[in-house]
Design a protein around this ligand. Structure first.
Ligand code: SF4
Length: 348
């Protein structure tokens, strides 16, 4: 089996063999070795989110507190005004933010929504910032329109293996998800796509999810790996916790299979000890969500994250010529402004 280079032809037997490697001395060593070939091992990329439309989503994702099918007590909110979104971005930029991510809880944008979404992208782009959106299913035309407006990144997770998928979501097919990713890629937008662990899936399901992502013609630039956040009122509220080392194992295998992608230690970080997070970075994770609140659930405090970064000798990734201090301030500011509105799906 070859561990070198960028591959798009992974077989299930190979991936299962990697999962079975001795965890600490072999698997982590291999992942860290590969990580260092493509990234500065002491840099972690940080992301922020703004919910532009909250709750009452018609999809039935079993893990999501925003689905209209589950009673989780969240209030519905309308699509935010364009100017309000641009103002949020402007305020974030004023203190140094360079990328602004916008997400909506719905099945897909309608033709009526598109002009507003395009204006949001253009407005944020005109500030000189990078743009990112997560809007569910896209048509080919919508993907091109978003690209033309200046959208840089699109988040659309596969969530789990094709085999297990139907036990988690029945209102959208796996192939529709792959089609959206194909439209996004074709339009020239960078892809952010990953999955969720702890929903009752098997090891084989985890391997098959990674195979789906790694065997795409081009690997997603960003691969978020979420640990299920169990929200009361959702059908997965009582799922068994997964073994923390099994979560780290997933990060290592993702790093080995997609060496140039940012592997994001995503939802569920609140439940992880500092030691476990350190192990995740050693395993090749190099991206996190930064802020006091992650969507509808809590996330480690920014000062706790900064303290951990200092302890580990890690710096937030530098973007252009902004200093780390300004970038951190921008993130803190953006997060505090988002806290009131930030209610879209928890696993990104
Ligand atoms: S994860 Fe997204 S698509 Fe699924 S119910 Fe939640 S908001 Fe809707």
């Amino acid at each position: 089996m070859s561990f070198n280079g960028i591959r798009h032809d992974w077989l299930l037997s190979e991936v299962m063999d990697i999962f079975q490697l001795p965890f600490f001395n072999d698997l982590i060593f291999k992942a860290q070795t590969i990580h260092r070939q493509y990234f500065d091992a002491n840099r972690v990329q940080v992301s922020t989110l703004l919910s532009i439309k909250t709750n009452a989503c018609p999809e039935d994702c079993k893990y999501c507190p925003q689905s209209i099918h589950h009673d989780t007590g969240l209030e519905k909110e309308k699509l935010l005004e364009v100017q309000g979104v641009v103002e949020e971005a402007k305020a974030a930029k004023a203190v140094g933010a360079t990328r602004f991510c916008m997400g909506a809880a719905w099945k897909h944008p309608t033709n009526r929504d598109m002009p507003y979404l395009l204006e949001m992208v253009k407005g944020v782009k005109a500030l000189g910032m990078e743009t990112c959106m997560t809007l569910g299913q896209l048509s080919q035309l919508q993907a091109y329109a978003l690209a033309d407006a200046g959208l840089d990144f699109y988040n659309h997770n596969l969530d789990t293996s094709p085999e297990f998928y139907q036990q988690i979501i029945t209102t959208r097919t796996y192939s529709e998800r792959l089609q959206t990713l194909a439209y996004v890629r074709e339009a020239g937008i960078k892809i952010c796509s990953g999955g969720i662990l702890g929903m009752g899936e098997t090891l084989k399901d985890r391997a098959n999810l990674l195979i789906q992502l790694a065997n795409l013609d081009q690997h997603p630039e960003s691969v978020p790996i979420n640990n299920l956040v169990k929200v009361k009122g959702t059908p997965l509220a009582n799922e068994k916790d997964i073994e923390p080392f099994d979560f780290i194992r997933m990060l290592t295998v993702a790093r080995i299979m997609m060496p140039k992608s940012y592997i994001r230690l995503s939802a569920g970080r609140e439940q992880m000890s500092e030691q476990m997070q350190a192990l995740a970075f050693l395993a090749g994770a190099n991206s996190i969500f930064y802020g006091d609140k992650l969507l509808t659930t809590s996330n480690p405090q920014v000062d706790k994250d900064n303290a951990l970064f200092v302890k580990l000798g890690i710096n937030p990734e530098k973007i252009q010529d902004y200093s780390d201090e300004i970038h951190k301030a921008a993130i803190v500011q953006a997060i505090s402004e988002q806290t009131q509105n930030n209610q879209f799906g928890d696993n990104f």
